[in-house]
Write a protein that binds this ligand. Structure first.
Ligand code: PMP
Length: 329
C-alpha cells in the first residue's frame, strides 16, 4: 500500500526507496570495542539512534499508523494525537508528513526543549503538561486520552497499543536473532512503554529460551521493584528521559523479564560520554542507562552468548540539557 507500482528495485544494493519510511529499522548491530574490551562476552549495541527520526520510536510510529490504516481507523487527512516523551512524536511527525496527517503531541514539561523545537519544526502542535503522576487529570497521558475522545482524533496510544510490542517482536527482535544466528546470552533494555523489552524479549525467548531478558531501570523508577515483587514502591525523581515510570505501562510484559538492574543518573550520563568519546556513538541518556546495565551483566561472566542492548535515541535532542552540557561533549 505504501509502495508505488512503478518501483521495481528487486535486490539492488542501492535501490530507489518508495518513501523515507523504508529507511526505518534494519539498524546496525555493533560490538563495543573500547568500552567492552575486557569483558568475558561481547556487548553489542543496536544503533536505533540511526533511524531517520533519530530514535527507536520511528519503528512504532510507522507500525501503529500502518495497523490503524489496515483496521480502517485512520485515513489520510485525519488528526493523530499522542502522549510522548518526544521521540514517538518525532517518529509520528515523519509518518504524518509522508502519509498526510495532522499531528498533536502532548509532552510533560520535564522533556527537553530540543524535542519540543524539533516537533514544532516538523509541523506538530505541541501541548506541554505539568510533570503530574498518572493519578492526576493533568498527566500527559490523561490529557491526550481526553482530547482524543473530545475531538474524535486517533490516539496512537503507545503505552497500550499492542502494535508497539508486535513490531519489536517481528522486526527488532528478529533482526537481532538473524544477526547472531539465534545465539543471545542476554538482552538488556530500559522501559518507557515496554514495547522494546516486551517485544524483543518475546522473540528471543521463543528462539533462544536460555537468553536472559533484563530490565535496566533508572533509580527513582518503580519498575525494577515491580519486576522483582509484583508490587509498586514509592517513586523518586531522576533526569534520564523516556524510561522508567511511577506505574508499569500495559505494554510492559512482566512474564518475559527475568530480572532488573538499577542505574543512577550519574552512571547513565558518564556512560553517554564514554559512548560518544570512545565509540563515536552520538546517543542520548537512556543509551547510557542501557549500556551501563549491559556492562554489569556482561561482567558476571556466566553467559554463553553476547549481551545485546539498544541505543534508543540520538544526542541532538539533549544538547540544551544541563547534564549534556556538563559532559563537555
Ligand atoms: N529511551 C528513550 C529516550 C525513549 O524515549 C524511550 C521510549 N519512551 C525508550 C528508551 C524506551 O522504549 P520503549 O517505549 O520501547 O520501552
Amino acid at each position: 500500500m505504501w509502495r508505488p507500482a512503478w518501483l521495481h528495485c528487486g535486490m539492488l544494493a542501492h535501490p530507489v526507496h518508495a518513501t523515507l519510511l523504508d529507511q526505518i529499522g534494519n539498524t546496525p548491530l555493533l560490538p563495543l570495542r573500547s568500552i567492552g574490551a575486557e569483558l568475558a562476552v561481547p556487548v553489542l549495541v543496536k544503533c536505533e539512534h540511526l533511524n531517520p527520526g533519530g530514535s527507536i520510536k520511528d519503528r512504532i510510529a510507522k507500525a501503529i499508523v500502518a495497523d490503524a490504516e489496515e483496521r480502517g481507523l485512520l485515513q489520510p487527512g485525519m488528526t493523530i494525537i499522542e502522549a510522548t516523551a518526544g521521540n514517538t512524536g518525532i517518529g509520528l511527525a515523519l509518518v504524518a508528513a509522508v502519509r498526510g496527517y495532522q499531528l498533536v503531541c502532548v509532552m510533560p514539561e520535564k522533556m527537553s526543549v530540543d524535542k519540543r523545537v524539533a516537533l514544532s519544526a516538523l509541523g506538530a502542535r505541541v501541548i506541554v503538561t505539568p510533570n503530574a503522576p498518572p493519578s492526576s487529570a493533568d498527566n500527559f497521558q490523561n490529557v491526550a486520552r481526553r482530547m482524543a475522545s473530545e475531538q474524535d482524533w486517533f490516539l496512537a496510544d503507545q503505552f497500550c497499543n499492542p502494535a508497539n510490542v508486535d513490531v519489536h517482536q517481528r522486526e527488532t527482535g528478529a533482526e537481532i536473532l538473524e544477526a547472531l544466528g539465534g545465539r543471545v546470552g542476554a538482552f538488556v533494555a530500559a522501559c518507557g512503554t515496554g514495547g522494546t523489552i516486551s517485544g524483543v524479549g518475546r522473540a528471543l525467548k521463543a528462539a533462544c529460551p536460555s537468553a536472559r531478558i533484563i530490565l535496566a531501570d533508572p533509580i527513582g523508577s518503580v519498575l525494577a521493584h515491580w519486576v522483582e515483587t509484583g508490587e509498586f514502591g514509592p517513586d523518586g525523581a531522576y533526569e534520564v528521559e523516556g524510561v522508567g515510570s511511577s506505574e508499569p505501562p500495559a505494554n510492559l510484559h512482566r512474564a518475559v523479564i527475568d530480572e532488573a538492574v538499577r542505574v543512577s543518573d550519574e552512571e547513565s550520563f558518564a556512560m553517554v560520554k564514554r559512548l560518544i568519546r570512545e565509540e563515536g556513538l552520538l546517543v542520548g541518556g537512556s543509551a547510557g542507562t542501557n549500556v551501563a546495565a549491559a556492562l554489569r551483566v556482561a561482567m558476571r561472566g556466566e553467559l554463553e552468548g553476547p549481551v545485546v542492548t539498544v541505543l534508543p535515541d540520538s544526542w541532538d535532542r539533549y544538547r540544551a540539557k544541563p547534564w549534556m552540557q556538563a559532559l563537555g561533549v
